[in-house]
Design a protein around this ligand. Sequence first.
Ligand code: ZN
Length: 144
Amino acid sequence: MRSLLLAVLIVLIAQVTVAAPPCVRYPKGKAPATHALPLCEEKPSGNVDPLQRIAEMRKTLPVPADWHFFLVTEADWRKIQLGTHSAYSNLAYKTTFIRESYVESVQDDKLRHTIAHEMGHARCQCTDESTADRIADQLTQDSQ
Ligand SMILES: [Zn+2]
């Protein structure tokens, strides 16, 4: 009887694990410098999943394989106060935090340039905005 209960428990845990959506969201109240595992929450509104949009954009740009994108909810974005309206990259953690409402509201070209801009920071390993923009212009032209 005990092994039957254990088996049922294992099956239930496996189902929960398999059913978990492949989404990532930034944990509430954490500083962006931490590299904690992202948490999944409610599915975003809109026709196209913001994470799907980012994944599609990622395929068209030279994003390093070990680079991470964290989608940040509007409420969390306001709490964290990254000093930007769209995205922020932590170069040490190879992570871009991107605002969900921004992803949901901008056209493909603009979103693509924003991601390219963040990859500009990754390439130059610098925080200079004009350098990142120049690299972004080059990346978006090269990969069209
Ligand atoms: Zn920038």
